[in-house]
Design a protein around this ligand. Structure first.
Ligand SMILES: O=C(O)C(=O)C[C@H](O)[C@H](O)COP(=O)(O)O
Length: 214
């Protein structure tokens, strides 16, 4: 990334760190200290899922108060989600699946999209709309390492961010594959550490995740 506020590409999003934390926030007051802890641990590309009522306020707070973080929205399922996420200050969009309307909404908003795929046809649908950097979801349930190896033949130009069932225990094995750019997961931000406000604990998890590659 050349400048912290310059428009990003999907490549920028996946090559910044080995892990994109998938963050579920119920409490807006957790957003800023959590983002600071992750950044302190070496992880600044942060995906806040739109699964909770607090999500947009959390994205807004991180975008405003943690300039060292790059906040994006996850669980985007519709054009309206993309628009709301963009208004809140999201710099990238992650979705569990892909429909062309989502791709169009991201192009309209000028935001990179990591769309979720789990089959060859979905990879081809995303590819038809110019998308070659994809989330693989739900990674471990859908086929994990063997499926990624199978895709590498026909889709050698596609790079994946496997997410879903990824943990500190299996991330290194995924990251070793040539078509894996990074992984995503919720293990850096356990609900219990959030509830306890254990920011040092989250920073330590981020530091371990940041060290997974290189
Ligand atoms: O909310 C979304 O947009 C999703 O697609 C689902 C998340 O990526 C997974 O829930 C993360 O999986 P875990 O790391 O196994 O918890």
């Amino acid at each position: 990334m050349s400048h912290p506020t310059a428009p990003l590409t999907a490549e920028d999003v996946v090559q910044d760190a080995p892990v994109i934390p998938v963050i579920v926030l119920d409490e807006p007051r957790h957003a800023v200290p959590l983002a600071r802890a992750l950044v302190a641990g070496g992880i600044r590309m942060l995906e806040v899922t739109l699964r909770t009522p607090a999500a947009l306020a959390c994205i807004e707070a991180i975008a405003r108060d943690v300039p060292a973080a790059v906040v994006g929205a996850g669980t985007a399922r519709s054009a309206a989600d993309v628009q709301a996420a963009a208004r809140a200050g999201s710099r990238f969009i992650v979705s569990p699946g892909y429909v062309p309307a989502l791709g169009q909404a991201c192009r309209d908003a000028g935001l990179p999209l990591l769309p979720g795929v789990a089959t060859a046809s979905e990879i081809m649908a995303a590819g038809a709309d110019g998308l070659r950097v994809l989330k693989f979801f739900p990674a471990m349930a859908a086929g994990g390492v063997p499926l990624l190896k199978s895709w590498h033949g026909p889709f050698g130009d596609v790079r994946f961010c496997p997410t879903g069932g990824v943990s500190a225990g299996n991330a290194a094995q995924l990251l070793a594959l040539p078509n894996v750019a990074c992984v995503g997961g919720s293990w850096l931000t356990p609900a219990q550490l959030l509830a306890e406000g254990d920011w040092a604990g989250i920073e330590a998890l981020a530091r371990q995740a940041a060290a997974l590659r290189g």
